[in-house]
Design a protein around this ligand. Structure first.
Ligand SMILES: Nc1nc2c(ncn2[C@@H]2O[C@H](COP(=O)(O)OP(=O)(O)O)[C@@H](O)[C@H]2O)c(=O)[nH]1
Ligand SMILES: [Mg+2]
Length: 392
């Protein structure tokens, strides 16, 4: 399953964001190092379910569907707060960096209200500039990667030269534990325009390469959190395609109100509907969220972060395997039971492997349920394809 790492310095709202989207109860508190061990949980990417378009009632199995909105699971990891110089072992040291190994991308929770200092201690709202936080997190990861490479660098690079081993092969071996692929390494070498002969790489070249490889293998989306109490000016300054204003606390409050039956609201909605009488305090709280968060930013932003990370930053597509291309169901009659997230450019056979290796090994042909055309193993899949795979 795709894994997203939730990262940031202490007290920015990582755990709140995590709990709001996975509905797990990790500890939330206003002091550093509350989150000692990384919490793993399941978050959901939100998308229009094809059931709506076909006017069908679906029976989801590996995902959820609420009123025609499909929620597709992904794995999330709530990483302990990162403080400057973690790569040298400060704070909880390399622990959080280790937690990021398997993440395919990161959501960096930033306190855009400027009410936490660089170490994560509460400070006066607006008194801390989050630009430094953004830069420092990138640098921490870069130095961490570099640190892994520079051990043994001279011997390794000389060996490559003498034995004519391609540098990307050696790097791939060293970095595989970080979930970094050879393809990403090749791109990083090209982008940093470094010589093929790695014995010529200087210290700053290793850092340059580390930066590029981090950008390729752990792309970062910024959640501009605590936007509810941030000035318009601050939000405008940082907002962008991959920098989304969020109010994690609002999302968590809405989810709780849903659980208690007070409102109707689906994660990612731009509004909620009151369905039960409530006390003044709760009503005022929800009104505040409506006027200061939802009307101001369009939503709490939490769901949008996940969706942007999955569908844009990672560029994944959703594909629905079925066993009947007319009824769009499996052999038990469940309509659109499963959905899989696959990298762009994936083919029918990639989908088959994802569903079951038997389906791939015994592959005969497939049918595109939308067009009813027969397609082969190499057929490239499109977003929201519905595919019937026929196998021996
Ligand atoms: N105003 C505001 N406060 C928030 C928001 N998200 C979290 N907080 C508060 O920030 C503090 C730290 O939150 P927590 O999730 O424990 O941060 P972590 O250390 O990054 O995991 C808590 O007091 C939260 O209630 C938000 O969106 N808006
Ligand atoms: Mg925490």
């Amino acid at each position: 399953m795709v894994q997203i790492g939730i990262v940031g310095k202490p007290n920015v709202g990582k755990t709140t964001f995590f709990n709001a989207s996975v509905h797990a109860e990790a500890e939330i508190a206003n002091y550093p190092f509350t989150t000692i061990n990384a919490n793993k949980g399941v978050m959901y990417a939100r998308s229009e379910c094809p059931c709506k378009e076909y006017g069908l009632e679906c029976n989801p199995n590996n995902s959820k569907c609420i009123d025609g909105i499909r929620y597709i699971p992904i794995e999330a990891i709530d990483v302990a707060g990162l403080v400057p110089k973690a790569h040298e072992g400060r704070g909880l040291g390399n622990k959080f960096l280790d937690d990021l190994r398997q993440a395919s991308c990161l959501i960096h929770i930033v306190d855009v209200s400027g009410s936490t200092d660089e170490e994560g201690r509460p400070c006066e709202t607006g008194s801390h500039d989050p630009s430094n936080d953004i830069k420092f997190l990138e640098e921490e990861i870069d130095f961490w990667i570099k640190g892994l490479l520079e051990k043994d660098w001279r011997r390794m690079s000389s060996r490559c030269k003498i034995e004519r081993i391609k540098i990307e092969k050696m790097l791939a071996e060293k970095l595989t534990g970080l979930g970094i692929r050879e393809e990403e390494i090749k791109i990083a070498i090209r982008k940093s325009s470094l010589p093929e002969d790695a014995t010529l790489w200087k210290d700053e070249d290793l850092l340059k390469f580390s930066t590029y490889v981090r950008k390729e293998s752990k792309p970062i989306l910024l959640a501009l959190n605590k936007a509810d109490k941030a000035s318009d000016e601050m939000v405008k300054k940082f907002e962008g395609e991959y920098a989304i204003p969020t109010s994690a606390i609002s999302e968590l409050t809405l989810i709780k109100a849903v659980e208690h039956g007070f409102i109707e609201y689906k994660p990612g909605d731009s509004f909620f509907k009151v369905i039960k009488e409530m006390d003044d305090k709760r009503r005022k709280g929800l009104e505040y969220i409506k006027t200061h968060v939802m009307d101001r930013f369009g939503s709490t932003g939490v769901q949008e972060c996940i969706d942007k990370a999955v569908f844009n930053l990672l560029g994944l597509i959703e594909v629905y395997p079925v066993e009947d291309e007319n009824k769009l169901c499996d052999k038990n009659g469940n309509v659109l039971p499963d959905v899989f997230l696959l990298p762009k450019g994936s083919t029918v056979i990639d989908l088959a492997y994802k569903v079951h290796s038997d389906l791939a090994e015994g592959f005969i042909r497939a049918v595109d349920a939308r067009t009813k055309k027969i397609v082969g193993a190499d057929h490239v899949l499109k977003n929201k394809d519905i595919i019937h795979i026929i196998a021996k």
